[in-house]
Design a protein around this ligand. Structure first.
Ligand SMILES: CC(C)(COP(=O)(O)OP(=O)(O)OC[C@H]1O[C@@H](n2cnc3c(N)ncnc32)[C@H](O)[C@@H]1OP(=O)(O)O)[C@@H](O)C(=O)NCCC(=O)NCCS
Length: 500
């Protein structure tokens, strides 16, 4: 066997060949002309060529930049990226082992069930979700009445205002009055109600736009006395004709929208040709696996760090608070990334594939964000689209300024973030609200002072550090409110253990 690294004949001949080829290409004559065009080939013949060959064989330098210098135009850093991944795996393996040695195995699937249910015979969160069907039926009934002209636009709007207000208030009252509902169950139910609120708001708007368009069209037709059968929707091309208003006001259409992975209603959604079983099963597998991973990592990695952060937080020990915050940032960020993939890619694609929903743009390349604005435009496309279509653009059209409209959108978004956290935890602290509102000055700062990679690093930093600050604030306040006594005993020992 030939050792490829040994300085044997193979290596030697290869080296000689390299040198020879280099000498043919590069002029070794001293002087300005050679330096001016180092890559220009020499045309040498006969004796001169042999002499040059001899002198070229002795030279081993040419005019060139070091690879890591920016002038070298070298851009292949694949190996460095692999090194980063290897280092990441190694350092996390160390953390994993350290965690296991310190806390033992904390993953407990039974405990997960208790997060959803306090009493196995009482399922308040599930009941809340079932009750939400009433609001869908009210919206559909109102739309049918509006389409038939049985009620006026004003009455229709009033019914919608009442319906949408109840959608937001009813689950709050239930969660605050019913002690048997757990925080996780309540968060899920409130999430369903928030999504329903946004969907029915869009349903209302689009049906109103369709009515206005139909009325305008009817006025035009009656004026021009043109034949309605000439409209393109009635052409018999053999392709399934699109639904037109009020043909969309059916139970089937309403429920398709309720389950579809979008918040913006349309009479005719783009549809995929069929269901790809392989794709569907892959997404299902990812969903199941990643959910397990999320739960496991939270129990094994997040919870112990949060517990050990309580004491420094209570004592306002700033050095230790910062250390705990940075320690929490890594698992928190990893969980957030896993959540992003499992929700925006696996789950949404799973539902879309099942419903043959064609538009799969649930996210765009937010990871390349060089500004905070770009991040909010690209990380959650369903919410961003809803904000643009039903809130931001209508405000702009009514003459509100761009900054005012953006602030209004972020204010509403901040309200919903606070709503989804404070109500399930049954405490009102405004950390989520402030976190969302702080995006406006942060967006201004990053947009004004940072560019390119610096802007991208700022976006990542705000995600990596901003979220655990909010998590720690809420968890601290929650523990202080609910577990003060058990906390003081357990944390004292934890704190001593992790002080090293
Ligand atoms: C506030 C927000 C909607 C602004 O979006 P944006 O893309 O930065 O807004 P822009 O000013 O660039 O304009 C967007 C659109 O409005 C249009 N527009 C701008 N000024 C306009 C005007 N005066 N009249 C009508 N349309 C106008 C633009 O042409 C553009 O249209 P396009 O989308 O068809 O290209 C966005 O930042 C957002 O979605 N924020 C909240 C996100 C959020 O809370 N997500 C929660 C995730 S958990």
């Amino acid at each position: 066997m030939i050792d490829r690294d040994a300085p044997g004949p193979v290596t030697r001949s290869r080296r000689r060949a390299t040198i020879t080829s280099a000498t043919v290409k590069l002029p070794r004559t001293s002087g300005a002309s050679a330096r001016e065009s180092p890559t220009k080939s020499l045309q040498v013949t006969g004796e001169g060529k042999r002499k040059d060959d001899r002198s070229d064989r002795m030279s081993c330098h040419k005019l060139q930049e070091s690879m890591l210098s920016s002038a070298s135009s070298f851009r292949n850093y694949r190996g460095i990226l692999n090194w980063c991944v290897v280092m990441l795996v190694l350092s996390n393996a160390r953390l994993f082992l350290e965690n296991l040695l310190r806390y033992g195995v904390l993953v407990d699937p039974i405990q997960v069930v208790s997060l959803f249910l306090k009493d196995p015979y009482s399922w308040p969160a599930a009941c809340l979700v079932i009750v939400s069907n009433v609001f869908i039926l009210v919206a559909l009934y109102t739309e049918r009445q509006l389409a038939m002209g049985s009620i006026s636009e004003k009455v229709g709007l009033l019914i919608y205002v009442i319906n949408l207000t109840i959608i937001l208030c009813f689950p709050v009252v239930v969660v605050l009055k019913l002690p048997s509902i757990t925080s996780v169950g309540a968060a899920l139910a409130l999430g369903v109600y928030t999504v329903l609120f946004l969907k029915l708001y869009s349903y209302k708007d689009v049906n109103r736009w369709s009515r206005e368009r139909a009325q305008a069209k009817a006025r035009m037709l009656s004026r021009s006395l043109s034949c309605p059968s000439a409209s393109p929707s009635s052409s018999c091309s053999g392709v399934q004709s699109p639904v037109s208003y009020p043909g969309n006001l059916s139970l089937r259409d309403a429920y398709y929208f309720v389950f579809a992975p979008t918040l913006c209603y349309e009479l005719n959604f783009p549809r995929s040709e069929g269901i790809r079983m392989g794709f569907l099963l892959r997404r299902l597998f990812e969903m199941l696996l990643l959910t397990q991973l999320l739960v496991g990592l939270t129990q094994q990695w997040m919870v112990p760090i949060i517990r050990s952060s309580m004491k420094p937080l209570q004592e306002m020990d700033y050095t230790r608070m910062t250390e705990r915050l940075l320690r929490l940032a890594v698992p928190n960020h990893l969980l957030w990334l896993i959540f992003f993939y499992s929700f925006f890619h696996s789950s949404m694609n799973f539902v879309a594939e099942l419903l043959r929903f064609g538009d799969r743009e649930f996210y765009r390349d937010w990871w390349n964000s060089e500004t905070i604005t770009y991040f909010w435009q690209n990380w959650n496309i369903p919410v961003h689209r809803w904000c643009l279509r039903h809130f931001y653009k209508p405000l702009l059209r009514r003459g509100a300024g761009r900054l005012l409209s953006q602030s209004a959108v972020f204010f509403t978004s901040a309200f919903f973030h606070e709503y989804l956290v404070s109500v399930p935890l049954r405490m009102f602290r405004l950390w989520a609200f402030m976190g969302m509102m702080s995006q406006i000055p942060l967006a201004w700062f990053v947009g004004r002072f940072l560019r390119g990679n610096y802007g991208n690093a700022a976006v990542w930093l705000s995600l990596i550090i901003g979220q655990p600050i909010a998590v720690l604030m809420y968890v601290h306040d929650y523990y202080v409110m609910h577990h003060q006594e058990e906390l003081s005993i357990a944390e004292a020992s934890h704190y001593e253990q992790t002080r090293i």
